[in-house]
Design a protein around this ligand. Structure first.
Ligand SMILES: Cc1cc2nc3c(=O)[nH]c(=O)nc-3n(C[C@H](O)[C@H](O)[C@H](O)COP(=O)(O)OP(=O)(O)OC[C@H]3O[C@@H](n4cnc5c(N)ncnc54)[C@H](O)[C@@H]3O)c2cc1C
Length: 485
């Protein structure tokens, strides 16, 4: 079976790795991995500068989703896995240039602890009263999909959207709470609303059930259970996420990798698929699209117009990261914690800033601080056209205004600055995404040998992209095995 994989981000690399595993175990599998850029890895791009790991794209993955850590262990990178330093986890929201910590007890945007919610300066009295009354919210049958902003506003009011939902989601998706689908992005909250009405009651009930399950799982002997140990919400690789890309690259057949080779046309033939790149056509039995959906849509439109349009209809956001490495002697005391998020109402270019040296210990040399700003998103895409120097100057200025001149004095200059631009790299699960996916799956099922993988479909993060990439390759290998039987 000959397979073309289009796009060598983490989804395409995972698919190639999986096909390579099948080939090594004796299956008659051949593949070509097409990548329009000179380098592999897509949005994952780390470098090590004077001992400091600088992540231009993602900096970690969610620990709870196992696919990425599993793959790292398979690749021999188990000893490189490192958890976020959650003992120091604290995130702030910028409110009129002040850093206000997220109140204790906040779970998936839902306040669950009375006292911290009552005392936080993050919300006005009116919003706090609304949060208390939310406990009386009646159940609501799951009807049409709606935006995250609409769901949060119905329960907690507009200020909770501005100060909580919007900054948290623009920090993750570069997205806009008014556009993102509640059913896709916050399915648990939608379920809770149908069952309990109040999201706070739903969250507390879920928490209690979890505790009950945990105590039921304790040994009956009464022997002390092993403590769960320090857990980190995020996991990364000591030397940068690029380690995963490099390890995957080392395991796939280099003769089958086509760098700097954009696929420019796709045709459905009687026997399979014809892929054109660099003016030459090659025939395949199967195609895995691991490019962004907009690129897949453009290529698939001549094959299936409706499918092409559906794929192109998935919105994408563009973003920028600016990494600044400082000598700590130049800085005052940074606030405790991992960093801060900036609501749109603050009218700043920055959406978020991570104190990288705090979030992951051991990736920055002693005496250095790495501040990583995230800019752009759905509301500020025009920033991508600005020159690097201007973006660095904007971030320095905004950091100084937010952190104060004592923490970031005017004379403090970064020893190193890196700007990375990500044009239309992050899919947005807009309202109606699940319905769109049902239509897409139906059309794909009618085209034998076609698979889709990547961040546009069923999870934006690295673990989901790995799961989908490997899954697509496994499904093709299983079809081959069934034909051979
Ligand atoms: C700034 C930023 C920060 C992020 N932070 C995190 C994070 O901390 N944790 C997390 O889990 N996720 C994070 N994400 C999301 C995650 O990184 C991405 O969703 C994931 O890496 C996407 O992988 P992918 O393989 O689907 O797509 P991509 O990485 O976009 O790869 C697609 C590839 O297809 C290639 N391509 C496109 N068209 C063609 C063509 N016609 N022919 C050949 N090749 C083509 C592109 O060049 C690209 O290399 C972040 C994303 C960004 C941009």
């Amino acid at each position: 079976m000959r397979t073309a994989i289009i796009g060598a981000g983490i989804a395409g690399l995972s698919a190639a790795y999986e096909l390579e595993q099948s080939r090594r175990s004796g299956a008659p599998v051949e593949y070509r991995l097409y990548e329009s850029r000179a380098r592999l890895g897509g949005s994952i791009a780390s470098e090590v500068v004077n001992g400091a790991v600088i992540e231009g794209g993602p900096d970690s993955f969610i620990t709870e989703k196992p696919a990425a850590a599993e793959l790292c262990r398979e690749l021999g990178l188990g000893d490189q896995l490192t958890l976020s330093n959650d003992a120091d986890r604290k995130t702030y929201i910028v409110v009129r240039n002040r850093l206000v910590p997220l109140p204790d007890g906040l779970m998936f945007l839902v306040p669950t602890k009375l006292v911290p919610t009552a005392l936080t300066p993050l919300f006005s009295l009116r919003t706090k009263a609304r949060m208390a009354l939310e406990l009386l919210h009646p159940p609501r049958s799951a009807g049409q999909d709606e935006s995250v902003a609409a769901l949060v506003e119905r329960h907690f009011g507009a200020e909770a959207v501005d100060r909580l939902a919007d900054p948290l989601l623009s920090g993750i998706y570069g997205g806009d709470a008014a556009q993102l689908s509640a059913r896709t992005v916050l399915p648990r909250l939608v379920e809770m609303e149908t069952k309990y009405g109040s999201l706070t009651r739903g969250m507390l009930a879920a928490h209690q059930q979890m505790r009950a399950r945990m105590s039921a799982a304790k040994p009956a002997s009464g022997a002390a259970t092993k403590p769960a140990g320090p857990r980190g919400i995020f996991t990364t690789l000591r030397g940068g996420l690029q380690q995963m890309v490099d390890a995957l690259e080392a395991r796939i057949n280099p003769a089958w990798v086509r760098r700097s080779t954009a696929v420019t046309a796709l045709e459905k033939t009687a026997a399979g698929w014809r892929v054109t790149a660099n003016g030459a056509a090659e025939d395949f039995d199967a195609v895995i699209f691991a490019s962004p959906a907009w690129a897949a849509g453009a290529l698939l439109e001549p094959v299936d117009r409706v499918l092409g349009e559906e794929l192109r209809g998935i919105p994408y956001s563009s973003s920028i990261t600016v990494n600044l490495v400082y000598d700590e002697s130049q800085l005052g005391r940074l606030p405790e914690g991992f960093g801060f998020l900036v609501p749109a109402s603050e009218e700043r270019s920055m959406l978020a800033c991570t104190f990288v040296h705090r979030k992951f210990l051991g990736r920055t040399p002693p005496g250095k601080a790495v501040l990583r700003a995230f800019l752009g998103g759905m509301k500020n895409a025009s920033l991508l056209a600005e020159p690097d120097e201007k973006l660095v100057a904007t971030v320095e200025r905004e950091l100084r205004e937010i952190l104060g001149a004592k923490t970031l004095p005017a004379e403090a200059r970064p020893e190193y600055a890196q700007v990375a631009r990500w044009q239309r790299a992050m899919a947005q699960y807009a309202v109606g995404h699940q319905d769109r996916m049902t239509r897409i799956r139906e059309r794909v099922a009618a085209l034998p040998g076609l698979k889709l993988a990547g961040n546009a479909y069923d999870g934006i993060g690295i673990p989901d992209c790995i799961r989908l990439g490997r899954g697509a390759a496994r499904e093709l290998a299983a079809t081959l095995a069934a034909v051979e039987r």
